[in-house]
Design a binder for this molecule. Sequence first.
Ligand code: ADP
Length: 660
Amino acid sequence: MLKLYYTGAWQITKHALIFVIFIKRNDETMAKKQFKAESKRLLELMIGSIYTHKEIFLRELISNASDALDKLYFKTLTDHDTDIKKDDFRIFISLDKEKRLLTIDDNGIGMTKDELENNLGVIARSGSLNFVQENEKAEDIDIIGRFGVGFYSAFMVSDNVTVISKGYGSDEAYKWESSGVSGYDINPCEKEKAGTVVTLKIKENDDENNYDDFLDQYRIKSIVKKYSDYIRYPIKMDTERSELKEGAGVDGKDPEYETVIEEETLNSMVPIWRKSKSEVTDEELNAFYKDKFFDYDDPLKAVYSKTEGSATYSALLYIPSKAPYNYYSKDFEKGLQLYSSGVLIMDKCPDLLPDHFSFVKGLVDSEDLSINISREMLQQDNQLKLIAKSISKKIKSELEKTLKDDRENYEKFFEAFGLQLKFGIYNGFGMNKDELQDLIMFTSSNENKPVTLKEYATRMKEEQKFIYYATGESAVRIERLPQTELVRDKGFEILYLTEDVDEFAVQMIHEYDGKEFKSVSAGDLDLNDAEEKEGFKKQADENKDLLTVMKEALDGKVSDVRLSSRLKTHPVCLSSRGQISLEMEKVLNKMPVDQKIKAERVLEINAGHPIFWKLQDLQANDKDKLKVYADILYTQALLIEGMPIDDPVAFSNAVCGLMV
Ligand code: ADP
């Protein structure tokens, strides 16, 4: 045929060329588009899903429709489009048993061709591919709840999905169609008004699933009631019922029935947080949380609060049971949903939560805020500030209540979010310490579980002057620290500070219940009586020269070498002077700062240990060797602390030198 173009008359060639171009173009539009790899995998998983609650596909599609209505509503606020009335907003479900079709129709914002392509051809949620790969063989995993990849859940119950959509403000409508992993088509079509119609061809029943359920009006009604009752737009459906025919059944005639079709609104539209507490079950609260805030676990706690007074609002607050994967990163965005009289005005309002409670999810609905308030104005809004203050108080009191009445759950909470509370104490330069100090916990030498400062304070011994703490990588390592010996011997409890932020937070609190915090590695522990002190002083004077030689040998490494009043069985340890402790030095130097920070180190020697007698002997007979010993002991003290040593090779050689 090609030959013809070259040999035939120009006219023929021209027509043929146009024909070829036409075919080619049509070919391009007709060719199936492929899902992006990540989406494809997810889709495959969805199609083969043995997920037991397949019915949630309806919740997901309704939720998308409701979002689309919200978006259109926002748009009309700024566009002042008088054609669109909020009262007309609705979601319509229809069922066709014979053709096995279920349709969800909304008059929301709709999608343009590009949006159809981008929104339904790609699943952009980061991390979903990894998750899918890791869990490919897992059964019954809640990928839907986990990633909110709602739309694809339609493929759990249907073989073919079509989406007809017209974007608001656009003249063209498009039809997106897919039968699964093989790809999708997008073609122009007709649709009068903006909005989206999603049609599912429901699968045939199989051994395990009765898909007919999703074509049954009673079943659909109950699914909507169960998962989508709170949706603020009417979800309507034409429902059939049998009614006694007028006049039938009288005069001894047989009763006759007729089928009446009536449009019914399936949801109550009362937002869950506006219902009275007694009307809402825990299960509903949890389901709402998982749906709205994309968690796959139940929350640890749901708080239902209605407040009147200087700030009038209802709030539904949740404490998640686990920290989101990005919680301690800068990608995490805090905030609560903000509603004004039931209308969403902001999806994540950061001003409602202080940073230290940023883990809280939920929403606030207040009549005191204007729907048209801009983001900038919100920040200035006094009403919002009052609400935020009241919410913060509420969260605190709920946490305190949990700590008091439900210790086990509080410990779980603290494991997930305790770090944030400690950061909160440190970050505000102690500004929030009164608010937070009774909520934090540390493990301690008394029990192998977290204790609060209050618990510590109430069991302090009468003669105890300080709240003692020790720092280290783990409780096990701290327990072995020589510095804890004497404090422990006196029977004083020691708090174990194992997180980087701990000591900084404790320093911000400074004192609790009138008692100052003291590190077991601090210069003076003040644990000895007058007689003991006198004894130490005398001993130090007697060994002055020895200590001076050692100090000189360690010049630049330590600021002092002294006899220890805290060691009992161990030969040496390091302590520090001044504001910066050894642990703080470690933490600060992990950060990208130009200048290295150094704690003022003091090498302490146990005068009751045999090594000390050896040092005395060297002082008298071999000063050079004493210097080597000083260095080895210092390096050992560094190792005990878990601090880096300057020259491991030199240390090793020095030890070998003594061994041979
Ligand atoms: P999610 O809703 O969590 O973003 P989905 O996979 O359910 O994820 O939907 C993907 C996107 O497709 C939505 O974010 C939205 O932009 C668009 N979308 C889905 N359904 C509709 C609809 N009925 N009307 C308008 N846009 C929709």
